[in-house]
Ligand binder design. Structure first.
Ligand code: PEP
Ligand code: MG
Length: 583
């Protein structure tokens, strides 16, 4: 077979080379037929038994979770248990069997399709992607019903080829990913998924090369095909020629050598060759991630995406984490960071109605009632979070970060609510840091163009380049059809970024970058050249960025960066940024 290349979305670094192991989706093999009245109760029983089996399987997975498993995996299994217990899955398909006389598989697929369509209408990108969780739960039940449970080869049978197995699937559930942990499993490729999909999140936390959003990779790749995943480029090469294979093997070996070398930098302070100190912080999703942040030598947490504490419960449970529960999570994080600052971002989520009807759902969810807009519209819920964060600030240095601000009145309202939360805590005799710094995320172009409003009111700024790019270039960040237009080096982005850093420095308030740009070593020098001194990224990226910092000399980088900021041709910018790495 001729070699071919597929392009998708890079979600996790590194190179994997191995043979494809295909996981076939059960939904494709489902038979649809009508049953007779006398078979209805047997069919109902068959579905109930399959659901009970999956319940038991998930409980076993949860119980056998290795102690070093990423925290997300447990949380994702929880989500699957909740979905499976929800009457929408555990009862509604039974009603379909009874009322329409569909066979069990058909009834289940009908209901899953119906729920998935409703999820597609949800505003919030993260919640929208939970649609995949529902499908994965459905897949599990289907596999039990059809007897096609796809288990991976047992470890004892793993030979040289499968020791470097690349899992190729339409989609992989986090629970299924557990199966791969203890195997010499090289990487994975999925048709579905985006930057925010849980497969991407888990891949990053396991530090495994992966490419998602590959459209029809699982149909094009055959069992046992040789596959190369270039996790940095989001490229998959199928059946490579011997020359290409050799080149990638060489690159892979080089990456392994580099990683080993980087491991020695954990305790080295991040200081440029000309003596400028730089702070490298971690982005975390759950308090448990602090262990990885400490292990990588992070100087603090620059972004705690607090919405992960809320996800998976709204909609299924219909309740939000209580003040005490949130407080416990924030306290855990600040204690784990042992005196290093923890920046907690307040809830960045869309509407709290996962099963909204289409009429109620905004047409442009990314431009809808998100993040601070949502919090200000739900003041009681917001106050609960503000009090929880404030209470945790009695246990170590905490900063509060507010997402998606664009208007002065939003800042003012937020600050009034912070004061209100403080007053409530004082009245209840609760301890907190009265001088807690409050900062703004600069992630809407309007904010980056009206910085004086922000520096006057806020203690620090953090640039969310992921959304700044989305809103400046008008590209939905979860739509893979426009992913190729998502260019951090677009001159408009560089202008907004450089201005924000410069205005912050002039006003004497700290500015960090916490979007994906901060963890991209190809951009480290450019950001240093713009004057950035605080970077926040996934813990797995910290040492590589530190290595860049250690080898940078601002005396040569700054004048070159100024020149880049006067350049408007994207190709010339890309070339000049690449050359920066050579100085
Ligand atoms: C960003 O927008 O760059 C950011 C860091 O926030 P999130 O990716 O969570 O939207
Ligand atoms: Mg953002």
């Amino acid at each position: 077979m001729a070699s071919f290349t597929l392009h998708g979305i890079p979600v996790s670094r590194g190179i994997a080379i191995g043979r494809a192991h295909l996981l076939a989706p059960a939904a494709l093999e489902v038979k649809h037929y009508l049953i007779g009245e006398e078979q209805v109760e047997d069919e109902v029983q068959r579905l109930q038994d399959a659901i009970a089996t999956v319940h038991r399987d998930l409980q076993t997975l949860w119980k056998d979770l290795p102690s070093d498993a990423p925290a997300e995996l447990g949380a994702f299994i929880d989500v699957h248990v909740l979905i499976l217990s929800d009457p929408m899955i555990s009862e509604q398909p039974l009603n379909i069997i009874r009322s329409r006389h569909y066979n069990a598989e058909w009834a289940l697929v009908t209901q899953i399709d119906e729920l998935s369509a409703q999820f597609d209408e949800i505003e919030d990108a993260y919640l929208r992607e939970r649609r995949n969780d529902i499908q994965q739960v459905g897949e599990r039940v289907l596999k039990v019903l059809t007897g096609t449970e796809s288990k991976l080869p047992r470890l004892a049978n793993v030979d040289e080829a499968s020791a470097h197995m690349i899992v190729v699937a339409h989609d992989i559930s986090p629970a299924d990913m557990l199966q791969f942990r203890d195997r010499a499993f090289g990487g994975f490729v999925t048709d579905l998924g985006g930057q925010n999909s849980h497969t991407a999140i888990v891949a990053r936390s396991l530090d495994i090369p992966a490419a998602v959003g590959m459209f029809n990779a699982s149909a094009l790749i055959a069992q046992d095909d040789w596959v190369i995943i270039d996790g940095d480029a989001g490229v998959v090469i199928v059946d490579p020629t011997p020359i290409v294979l050799d080149q990638y093997r060489e690159r892979q070996a080089q990456l392994t050598r580099e990683r080993k070398k980087l491991g020695k930098l954990k305790k080295t302070p991040a200081i440029t060759r000309d003596g400028t100190a730089v702070s490298l912080m971690a982005n975390i999703e759950l308090p448990e991630d602090c262990a990885a942040a400490m292990e990588a030598g992070a100087s603090g947490v620059g972004l705690f995406r607090s919405e992960f504490l809320f996800l998976g419960r709204t909609g299924y449970h219909n309740r939000l984490p209580s003040e005490d529960e949130q407080f416990e999570s924030y306290r855990k994080a600040v204690v784990a960071m042992k005196g290093r600052p923890v920046t907690i971002r307040t809830l960045d989520i869309g509407a709290d109605k996962p099963l909204d009807t289409a009429e109620e759902t905004a047409l442009n969810p990314a431009l809808g009632l998100r993040a601070i807009r949502y919090c200000l519209a739900e003041p009681q819920m917001f106050l609960v979070q503000l009090r929880a964060i404030l209470r945790a600030s009695a246990f170590g240095p905490i900063k509060m970060l507010i997402p998606m601000l664009a208007h002065a009145f939003e800042i003012d309202q937020t600050l009034i609510m912070v004061e209100q939360a403080k007053a409530q805590l004082r009245a209840a005799n609760r301890k907190f840091d009265a001088a807690i710094p409050v900062g703004a995320m600069i992630e809407i172009p309007a904010a980056a163009l009206t910085l004086p409003l922000f520096v006057k009111r806020m203690d620090f700024l953090s640039v969310g380049t992921n959304d700044l790019i989305q809103y400046t270039l008008a590209i939905d960040r979860v739509d893979h059809e426009v992913a190729h237009l998502y260019n951090p080096l677009h001159p408009a982005i560089l202008q907004l970024l450089a201005t924000t850093i410069a205005v912050g420095a002039k006003a004497g308030i700290p500015v960090s970058v916490c979007g994906e740009m901060a963890g991209d070593i190809k951009l480290t020098r450019l950001l240093l050249g713009m004057g950035l001194r605080e970077f926040s990224m996934h813990p797995a990226q910290i040492l590589a960025v530190k290595n860049e910092v250690l080898n940078s000399d601002l005396t040569t980088i700054v004048p070159r960066t100024r020149k880049i900021l006067r350049t408007y041709e994207t190709s010339a910018i890309a070339e000049a940024v690449e050359l920066l790495r050579a100085v």
